[in-house]
Write a protein that binds this ligand. Sequence first.
Ligand code: C2E
Ligand code: MG
Ligand code: MG
Ligand code: MG
Length: 277
Amino acid sequence: SAKTMGRGCYSFYQPQMTRQVAHYLNREQELRNALQNNEFVLHYQPQFSADELSIIGVEALIRWQHPEAGLLSAAEVIPVAEHSNLIVDVGKWVIGEACRQYRTWVDAGLPGVRIAVNVAVRQLKDPQFVSIVADALAAHAMPGEFLELEVTESSLQNSEDSVSALRRIESLGVTISIDDFGTGYSCMSSLKLLPIHRLKVDQSFVRDIPGDRNDCAIATAIIVLGHELGLQVIAEGIETREQSEFICAAGCDELQGYLFSKPLPAESLADLLRGND
Ligand code: C2E
Ligand code: MG
Ligand code: MG
Ligand code: MG
C-alpha cells in the first residue's frame, strides 16, 4: 500500500504500469499461440509498373485470423512481436509462407510474380537470417530474383551484421528495397555502398500531393535521388488519381496504393494475375 511504500505517488503509478506490462506479456503469449495454431495469413497488395499499369510485384502483409475477433491488422501483431525475439519466428513464418505462395501460384499456371516481404531489424541481425531465406527459397524452388526484402533505413545504421547479411542476401539473387524511405535517419553513404535495388517513397509524402508543395518537392527529390543512384523507385499509399498523375510525371517507376488495389487474400490476387497482361 501507499503507506508501507512510503512514497505515495509511486504507489499510484505502479499498478498501472504492472497492468501494462502484464497486458504486453499476455499479448506476446497470444501471438506465440497464434503462430503455433497457424492463425497468421498473408494478404498481397499488387504493385504496378507506372508505364503499363501491369502488376510487376506484390507486397506480402501479415494479418491475424483471430478465432474470436476476426481478421486483425498488422498493427495487432508487429509492434508487440518487434519488442521481443518473437519477430524472428513470425518473420521466418512470413518468408516461408510467401515462398510457398509463390510456388502455389506458379504451379497453378500463373506467371511468376515478385513478392516483397517486410523484414524487421531484429531479423536482419539474427545470425540465421540468410540461411532462413536460402532454405525457404530452396524448399519451394523459388528463384531468388522473385523475392524482395523490404527493410527500413534504421536497419542500415552502422550495423556490420546487417550489412554483411544484405550482401549475402544479394548473392542469392534477392533484391532489397528501402521501405518508408525518408522517414528515418537516412545515411546517404549507405545508399551508395549497400546492395539496394529500390526506394519506397513513404506514404506520408504521397498523402498531401499535389496540394502540399513540400511533399511534392520531397517525393520528386526521392525519385531523382533514386534514379541518379541507379535505383528503382516505387511510391506507396497512392489513393487518388491526382497523386498518381503527379508521381508518374515525376518519373516514378512503380505504384502501389488503394487507388489500384487494397491488399488481397491470395485467391483474389490470383484472379487479378490471371487477368493481368
Ligand atoms: P508498410 O510495409 O509500409 O506497408 C504499407 C502499409 O500501408 C500496409 O498496412 C498497407 O495495407 C497500407 N496501405 C497500402 N496502400 C495504402 C493506401 O493507399 N493508403 C493507406 N492509407 N494505406 C495503404 P498494413 O498491412 O496494416 O501494415 C502496416 C505495417 O506493418 C507495414 O507498413 C509494415 O511496416 C508492418 N508489417 C506488415 N506485415 C509485416 C510483416 O510480415 N513483417 C514485418 N516485419 N512487418 C510487417
Ligand atoms: Mg513494406
Ligand atoms: Mg512502407
Ligand atoms: Mg512501415
